[in-house]
Design a protein around this ligand. Structure first.
Ligand code: ADP
Length: 189
């Protein structure tokens, strides 16, 4: 089952995904991490992507779809894959539906927190793209381009909301419960 992690930059999707994957033996695919590996290795893709990332813009859809599609097409039915940072646009969401094994998308977890919390966490993280100006831009891009996916997945009946304005260890049981709930639904289907 594919679990899509939705929510603004800094909301803690990656932290929750890493911990949950480790604890429960799930897979975790972070497109941000994949891109940063490409940047560090100075591949052609990495050099291209870096310009967008440093500005707080999205890397073009075709690059991202190419990066994710092959990795999910062969997902064994019994595996749980936490998809972190993808899709971020409607085009990516549609491409995901085409590339994913039929019926494998079972849940979109929507993490929420106030802007003050988000900005505080991002500034604390201190990544190269975590300057005040770039953060403001990333949040604006998120609201404009990625947030519409919340309605997209709500319409499909896949959405579960997680209040992420709490300590990491308080959020984790909610993540587990939502994934287990979705898993039992797919088994009934
Ligand atoms: P954050 O933790 O702040 O949400 P990520 O580590 O997920 O950030 O992503 C860092 C950057 O990588 C994004 O700002 C964007 O430029 C790029 N990126 C990651 N995933 C995608 C995607 N699906 N589509 C376009 N760009 C992406």
């Amino acid at each position: 089952m594919i679990v899509i992690l939705l929510g603004a930059p800094g909301v803690g999707k990656g932290t929750q995904a890493q911990l949950a994957a480790k604890t429960h033996g799930w897979k975790h695919l972070s497109t941000g991490d994949l891109l940063r590996e490409e940047v560090a290795a100075e591949t052609e893709l990495g050099l291209q992507a870096q310009t967008y990332m440093n500005r707080g813009d999205l890397v073009p859809d075709e690059v991202m779809v190419g990066m994710v599609a092959a990795r999910i097409a062969t997902l064994p039915a019994e595996d749980v894959l936490l998809l972190d940072g993808f899709p971020r646009t409607l085009v990516q969401a549609q491409a995901l539906e085409e590339a994913a094994p039929s019926g494998s998308i079972g849940l979109a977890l929507y993490f929420t927190a106030s802007d003050d919390v988000l900005i505080g966490r991002l500034l604390g993280r201190g990544r190269k793209d975590d300057t005040q100006e770039v953060i403001q831009h990333r949040l604006a891009v998120y609201r404009e381009t990625t947030e519409p996916l919340v309605a997209f997945y709500r319409d499909r009946g896949f959405l579960a909301e997680i209040e992420a304005d709490r300590p990491v260890e308080e959020i984790q049981p909610d993540v587990l419960a939502a994934v287990q709930g979705a898993l039992s639904q797919t088994k009934l289907a």
